[in-house]
Design a protein around this ligand. Structure first.
Ligand code: NAD
Length: 505
């Protein structure tokens, strides 16, 4: 089922018929916060109230952690045979598939992302992650250490206990499942805190997990904002904090880990990624298409976005003209229209922030050659922004240095290869980077020198479960995706068994 098989009207009708659940999910039951508090979950599309969502207090977070700890200690999940756990996660993937339209609509209403992105991309990636880690359960084995004949040495991984998963609003269920799936696959119990700006699919996933046969208390969802995140991050029973969000909050989580129980803290932070267009790029129009996608996809709310477009000066004029043509395809529209490529900003505050960055570039001497303005008329009540190209930017401008998380890219000219690499690495972030060239030696030379967790050559923004994703420098610690990520959710143990009488020394 693709987003294109229904009309705008049909998607709207289906959205209007949704039953939306806003309570937390603890120990197999939907529950209000102990103090009864809620917050309003507003759709960025038109400002409509979607649900009153539980604003969990500390007592409620404690209850969720206690349920997870109890089920972990009981062995009800981790001691199931690998095949049983695998089948439960595969059933969950199937259920997500069966409910993918409902989940995609919830996500589009909650975040403003297009139905095309929600259904054709995110919900597919959710199923892929669940299946991948389910299948890994009975295929990853431990190791035998190459000891002398006096010993048998085993290296094994075992579940850690209670894993807290905390996520941002831009790809809510997909990013969550990149962590929930490997955490559950390793036998841990999970307490998931979705972003307060996009909690609905996480809340719904909990019920599907129960239907799939994951025992009550093994997967819990607590909703709310920073106070819930803080309670989890400081909790002495939580063994892992698996986080995606801003670098600023990521750093705070490291402090909380140090102040509490030194929980393993895996952090996927922000990015200000370089996308380099060398003069020898054979097909500049193709590079321009990827460059536009690279900062316009998902309204620019993508950590991996290529927002620093480094363009060799000899082709800059030609490239910028092609880029503007491509960017003009990304016009804001209603996210439930399957033809729409760009939805609204997540809220008015974010829209104002994006505008401030664009204004700062103008004030600092750059030229806005495309877009550059907010627009509240696309859908009444929504906060849209026209995709923006900042030309003649310098590397030190405010908009060139900071993550904007909106559809805005700065074009910065460079002279030669060394200059491009220096500019690309001139950032405290190091999440992704990309470049275009047909020269194979240059491919290897440049790729090696880029300080980024992912490097794309002759394409941009491609990702797959089979390869790790994460950042250098202040973009993060640890990785999502691939078997490398799965290891993070297990504790490594070395067991030495004496096979002969060995002397003490
Ligand atoms: P955010 O850091 O504001 O929030 C992320 C989560 O942390 C939310 O659940 C929020 O409630 C919680 N939180 C906020 N303040 C907290 C505090 N003081 N203590 C504990 N918890 C707190 O991020 P956001 O605005 O939701 O998302 C945008 C950011 O996420 C961008 O910086 C983007 O680059 C980043 N991101 C990174 C990746 C990646 O894979 N590296 C992917 C997507 C998004």
């Amino acid at each position: 089922m693709s987003s294109q098989t229904k009309t705008f009207k049909q998607w709207q009708q289906q959205a209007n018929a949704l039953q939306i659940e806003g309570r937390a999910y603890i120990d197999g039951q939907y529950q209000d916060s102990a103090d009864g508090a809620t917050f309003a979950d507003i759709s960025p599309i038109d400002g409509r109230l979607l649900a009153a969502v539980a604003d969990c207090d500390a007592a409620t977070v404690d209850r969720a952690v206690a349920a997870a700890a109890r089920t972990f200690a009981s062995g009800i999940w981790r001691d199931q045979s690998p095949v049983q756990r695998k089948n439960a996660l595969l059933r969950l993937a199937d259920l997500v598939g069966q409910h993918q339209e409902e989940l995609a609509l919830l996500e589009s209403l909650d975040t403003g992302k297009t139905i095309h992105e929600s259904l054709d991309m995110d919900m597919q990636d959710v199923q892929i992650a669940l299946r991948y880690y389910a299948e890994a359960i009975d295929k990853i084995a431990g190791e035998i250490a190459p000891t002398s004949d006096s010993f048998h040495g085993m290296i094994t991984y075992q579940a850690l206990g209670v894993v807290a998963v905390m996520t941002p609003w831009n790809n809510p269920l997909m990013i969550a499942c990149w962590k929930i799936a490997p955490a559950l696959a390793m036998g841990n119990s999970v307490v998931f805190k979705p972003s307060e700006k996009a909690p609905l699919t996480g809340i719904r996933l909990a019920q599907l997990a129960q239907q799939a046969g994951i025992p009550d208390g093994v997967f819990n969802v607590v909703t709310g904002g920073a106070q819930v995140g803080q309670a989890l991050a400081l909790h002495p029973t939580v063994r892992v904090m698996a986080f995606t969000g801003s670098t600023q909050v990521a750093k705070q989580l490291l402090i909380y880990a140090g102040q509490s129980n030194m929980k393993r803290t895996y952090l996927e932070g922000g990015g200000k990624n370089a996308h380099i267009i060398f003069a020898d790029t054979p097909d500049l129009a193709r590079a321009a298409r990827f460059a536009a996608l690279g900062f316009c996809a998902n309204q620019g709310a993508v950590c991996a976005s290529g927002t620093r477009l480094l363009v060799q000066s000899s082709i800059k004029e030609q490239f910028v003209a092609l880029l503007i043509e491509e960017v003009n395809r990304w016009q804001p529209g209603h996210p439930l229209d399957p033809a729409t490529m760009m939805g609204p900003m997540i809220d008015a505050r974010h829209q104002a922030n994006v505008l401030r960055y664009v204004d700062s570039a103008r004030d600092e001497g750059a030229s806005i050659v495309c877009g550059g303005h907010a627009d509240d008329s696309v859908v009444p009540g929504g906060h849209f922004f026209w995709p923006t190209v900042i030309d003649n930017a310098t590397p030190t401008m405010t908009a060139s240095q900071n993550e904007i998380f909106g559809p805005v890219a700065s074009v910065i000219a460079f002279e030669d290869e060394a200059d491009a690499i220096r500019l690309a690495n001139d950032s405290e972030y190091g999440l992704t980077a990309g470049f275009w060239t047909p020269d194979i030696a240059k491919v290897h030379r440049v790729a090696r020198q880029l300080e980024a967790g992912t490097v794309w050559v002759n394409h941009f923004l491609t990702r797959d479960i089979l390869s790790p994703f994460g950042g250098f420098k202040q973009s993060g610690i640890g990785r999502d995706l691939s078997l490398h990520a799965m290891r993070q959710y297990g504790e490594m143990k070395a067991t030495w068994i004496a096979l002969k009488d060995v002397d003490a020394h």
